[in-house]
Design a protein around this ligand. Structure first.
Ligand code: ADP
Ligand code: MG
Length: 701
């Protein structure tokens, strides 16, 4: 895979050759050639079986084109496509777009062909898009090297899509909406160039303000996170990821595996990468337009001005569900509003200028609200009335936004009567929505992006750990054929500095008694068997066992295990120091390995109820200190850790350190496929791992 593509050559060539150009109606070769007629540079047809195409001299191959070309578009049948790409490479061309389908999307034979294509691209160091691509498009030079029916309007959004069909639909719609693009690329099968390459390219492109992506997956999760993390510090990237069924999660056997499936992986990765995630196509464009057209947000406090109560409440509700907050106005603002508004009006946020509000009243209210230092952005809502002309109101909104330099979004509600106003607003970069929730969503996207730009990347901490001892434990387990390990492997946590209670694995009642005598007071005893996943479910955990009952309890636990599964392998019983679980909160700390992104670390509250409560947070490891903090913050139940209802607050720093230490463990050992520490008891004095379960792959050791 090329790491540093000169994608510029793809979007700004001087001479383009279309290999496979024809005049045959309905053919892709004809469609592309015709779409290229308005290109600012030269277009040359290449086809050995024709002398001319649409009146232009045709050449048998790229090498015979006089003066050379710098972009080749391949539309020949799949059987000769690789050869055609090779021809371009030999002729010294570096930029190639392979439109031809019939590669990995079609089965083993196609996959083989794609492999050949990749080798050729590597050999000639090609910047190659596709195969199975709709093509590329770039408005500054009016380059439309696609076979779609629509061209794009000029603009500052650059768009990559894994679906070519989606591009054709989007362009058609965007043209109606007046939304323009700088570059558009149909990624196709991503044999060479993928989403990370284009992100990187557009970061440095002064004409691209916002990157949009429609992705079904990412080619290389780690590269994507590292690249996007850097790009999004200055160029916003909004991505809609279409869902896939989650085969990985079904196969998982741990709590973490069940929860942290590929959907969670994408969510975590996008968050860490600073990508603004859109749930659907509407959000994709709402967010992109807001990020493109509106000034940057300095504060998340919204002021709302409306002439209708209901929509004002809807907007207020939406603010409650977003990252934004309702601004509280200064006294000066309130007295100005009081002076300017009729008595029946509401001068508190959301400001209700009531149904008879005219343009002047709207203008004064907006000007006053935007002038308040507590207000970072505003929404102007108007239902149609006989008094307000939407065109005039649009002009006022645009003027006031320009005067104050704060983002303003409009909800001039209605049908046809809003069209002209929406156009006027659009010229000022201000979106207009019917739905107040969409207006709030757009401002929220600004808030998300502003957080992304404000944060700085922090190298994950490397703790001083005993990696060798961890390796020995894993190797020893692998040597005896174990794939699933339980509490017998607790020392692996200790090796990475995660506190564990005193414990000993014993194989008979007498040794159990001896082990217990080394511990003060009552003990905890647990059956140790790779075949028993949830020990307490089968009565395999005895908490608070008095010293005198240890021998009997040993027998009881083994009998229960035998009854549950007669052929279960039983390694023995673990005698553990009893800790006061009432003094703390049971949390879960786990890891699952995602095929795209690698190790995902999960943290949540709830111990055995974790799957019921569904209150967990996930990050791709390695996890930095800041990210570990976010993982705790994000939980709805975080107040439980922080001492809600008279509880003693847990040592949060210890929790965050445990998250990072586990992250280091699973990053160091690819052999650990999944891991649960459940519970990780969090108290005021720190954390303690009371149970562990992991699955290993000895091949990776
Ligand atoms: P499993 O998850 O396989 O059922 P655990 O080892 O997690 O088994 O034990 C189940 C529960 O028993 C824990 O959630 C915790 O409430 C309690 N427990 C486990 N170990 C201890 C201990 N050392 N001290 C006190 N309580 C414990
Ligand atoms: Mg457990």
């Amino acid at each position: 895979m090329k790491s540093d593509p000169d994608a510029g050559g793809l979007f700004a060539p001087e001479r383009v050759a279309v290999v496979g150009a024809t005049e045959r109606e309905g053919s892709i070769g004809a469609a592309i050639f015709q779409n290229l007629v308005d290109f600012a540079g030269d277009v040359v047809p290449v086809n050995p079986s024709r002398d001319s195409v649409f009146g232009q001299e045709c050449y048998p191959d790229v090498a015979s084109v006089p003066d050379g070309v710098d972009l080749v578009v391949i539309v020949v049948p799949p059987s000769i496509a690789v050869e055609a790409v090779q021809g371009a490479g030999e002729a010294g061309v570096r930029n190639v777009v392979v439109i031809t389908a019939g590669f990995s999307e079609t089965g083993p034979e196609g996959a083989q062909r794609e492999q050949e294509l990749r080798s050729v691209a590597e050999e000639y160091d090609l910047t190659l898009v596709g195969p199975n691509s709709l093509g590329v498009l770039s408005t500054p030079l009016n380059l439309n090297a696609t076979f779609g029916p629509s061209n794009a309007l000029p603009g500052s959004l650059s768009f990559m899509s894994q679906s070519g069909a989606f591009i054709t639909a989007v362009l058609d719609w965007a043209n109606d909406q007046g939304i323009g693009f700088k570059d558009v690329v149909s990624l196709g099968n991503k044999a060479v160039l993928n989403e990370s390459d284009f992100l990187r390219y557009w970061q440095d492109d002064p004409e691209t303000n916002v990157v949009l992506g429609y992705l079904e997956g990412v080619a290389d999760g780690r590269t994507f996170i590292d690249t996007a993390r850097d790009v999004t510090q200055e160029t916003p990237a909004v991505v809609v990821k279409s869902g896939r069924t989650d085969a990985g999660a079904e196969a998982a056997s741990s709590h973490t595996g069940t929860i942290a499936g590929s959907e969670a992986a994408y969510e975590a990765a996008f968050e860490q990468a600073g990508v603004v995630r859109a749930e659907n196509v509407q959000e994709l464009f709402d967010y992109a337009r807001a990020l493109d057209g509106l000034p940057t947000l300095d504060s998340e406090q919204v002021g709302i001005i409306t002439n209708a109560g209901g929509p004002g409440v809807m907007a207020t509700d939406a603010v409650g569900e977003s990252q934004l907050t309702m601004a509280s106005f200064t006294d000066a603002t309130l007295s100005s509003l009081e002076e300017a508004m009729p008595e029946e009006a509401n001068i508190y946020n959301p400001v209700d200028a009531i149904g008879d509000a005219d343009i002047e009243r709207f203008e004064t209210a907006l000007d006053t609200v935007l002038g308040d230092d507590n207000v970072g952005c505003a929404i102007v809502i108007s239902a149609p009335t006989a008094i307000v002309d939407f065109g005039e109101l649009a002009t006022v909104v645009a003027d006031r936004q320009a005067a104050h330099g704060k983002p303003v979004v409009a909800c001039l509600m209605g049908g046809e009567r809003t069209e002209r106003a929406a156009e006027l607003l659009g010229e000022a970069g201000i979106p207009n929505y019917f739905d107040p929730a969409r207006a709030v969503g757009s401002l929220d996207a600004l808030a998300v992006q502003q957080d992304v730009e404000a944060r700085s990347y922090e190298e994950p901490e490397t703790f001083d750990v005993d990696q060798e001892r961890a390796r020995e434990i894993l190797t020893e387990a692998a040597d005896r054929g174990a794939r699933r390990l339980g509490v017998e492997a607790m020392d692996i946590l200790d090796a990475y500095g995660l506190p564990i209670p005193d414990a000993e694995l014993v194989e008979d009642p007498a040794d159990a008694v001896k082990a217990a005598s080394n511990i003060d007071g009552d003990v905890v005893m647990k059956i140790v068997s790779p075949d028993i996943v949830h020990k307490s479910d089968i009565g395999g955990v005895a908490v608070g066992v008095p010293q005198d009952d240890v021998a009997d309890t040993y027998e009881t636990l083994v009998t229960r295990a035998r009854n549950y599964q007669p052929d279960a392998t039983i390694l023995g019983v673990q005698v553990q120091e009893m800790v006061d679980t009432e003094a703390g909160t049971e949390t879960i700390l786990g890891m699952n390995r995602d095929p795209q992104f690698g190790p995902l670390v999960l943290f949540g509250l709830g111990g055995v109820f974790v799957e019921v409560l569904e209150d967990t947070s996930v990050r791709v490891a390695p996890v930095s200190g800041r990210e570990a903090g976010e993982m705790v913050d994000e939980l709805d139940s975080a107040p439980l850790l922080r001492g809600a209802r008279g509880r003693t607050p847990a040592d949060e720093a210890a929790v965050e350190e445990a998250i990072q230490r586990l992250s280091q463990l699973v990053t160091d050992f690819d052999a650990i496929l999944e891991l649960d520490v459940n519970p990780l008891l969090a108290t005021a004095d720190g954390v303690q791992a009371l149970d562990v379960r992991l699955t290993i792959d000895p091949e990776e050791l």
